[in-house]
Design a protein around this ligand. Sequence first.
Ligand code: SAH
Length: 471
Amino acid sequence: MQYLPIFIDIKDRQCLLVGGGDVAARKATLLLNAGAKVEVLAPVLGAALSREHQNGRITYTNRGYESSDLTDCCLAISATDDRELNAKVATDAKALGIPVNVVDSPELCSFIIPSIVDRSPVMVAVSSSGASPVLARLLRARLETLIPASYGQLATLVQGFRDRVKARFSTSNKRRLFWEDVLQGPIAELLFAGKAEAARAALDNAITGTADSRYDQGEVYLVGAGPGDPDLLSFRALRLMQRADVVLYDRLVSAEILNLARRDAQRIYVGKQRAYHSMRQEEINDTLVRFAQQGKRVLRLKGGDPFIFGRGGEEIDTLAAQGIPFQVVPGITAASGCAAYAGIPLTHRDYSQSCVFVTGHQREGKLDLNWEMLSQPGQTVVCYMGLSGLPTLCQQLIAHGMPPQTPAALIEQGTTQHQRVFAATIATLPGIIGGADVHAPTLIIIGEVVRLHEKLAWFHPQADTDAKALI
Ligand code: SAH
């Protein structure tokens, strides 16, 4: 983080603005909106600042800047074309410990001014730390369309009830849960619909009518995080991720995805690796129960889909037995994600009428699968957790009658910026992979549909990275 975002109270305080042109006028408006007393110094005033002066909103001194002008100021902005003058204002202000901003010269600034979305008292400030003010403005424009105009009114309504809610609920966690219900539920909707009085009455009733014990019981969200690309999360997954108090996540959940969970949420890694379990399954099940019983909203975030080789069923089994409310959010499973991003349709009218998902996880060095069924023609076989068992998988399929030239692909870190696709046949794939430096997770797809990869591959992360570097 290059700058610390803070909001400063400058109400009724003296701020110095050096410069009289249009840019200075825009800064004056900002300072005035925040209630400051604005002192403008410039040899001449442009039209906009002249109007402010005539209306008595600013004080104006018709001369050049002197160091003593900073006395008693809480903040200074220099908005002139004169680089030397700008630098002098900056140096003087810094010497006095007064925050200073020089328009278009981040190197002279001790603070920078963000783009803002103003829904007073709600403010959203966006900054690119000076890297691209245009980007910050584009983002601000997008936020403008996302944040209802009446958000400010909503904040004002809520402000008036804070003390009562504090008295009503015994813990800060319960108060937060209550407010989240209010701000995302029917009370907020009433306000957005212009029914301010009805919203006030409903809030009044909700405070009186909601028992403290209402928030004793927590709940669990078993959420599929998809195969890697954060854009593949569902809206519901994202919404619940942003409500959670605790997040229990797996090895397959990337940092990028985890970053989308509520910032204050406690994050607990419970990932498993092939030969090493950092938290045993029973322990995970018990942890979910324990947190929910403490009234927490627990997010159990799993790679792909929780019900496909995810042991999601076992986790909610324990919850159901304990009577803990839960919901399950499907995720895009590795088979769908990798197939789509590798340009391999899992079914195809000409090549494959069915698709089967198997696990290549070996027990005591053995792969125990229904080889007769898997080696049938006209189907696609997708193998999860199959990297170390790949040679056995291919040998067994050939031994049970699958033609050795059957196309097969291994997709490494599918849907991510590190995706690689190795396409070959069941006879040649193990040799190719044995010689390549392949990193988990990997998925194997076997069947005639793999032929289509050559024509349909569309996702080229390396090329994209190069293209981005050019931009
Ligand atoms: N529940 C998950 C699967 C968990 S089992 C799902 O629905 O996708 C873990 C296996 O999933 C890995 O060994 C690998 O075979 C596969 N996998 C998960 N993400 C993957 C990815 N991004 N690329 C390739 N394979 C992946």
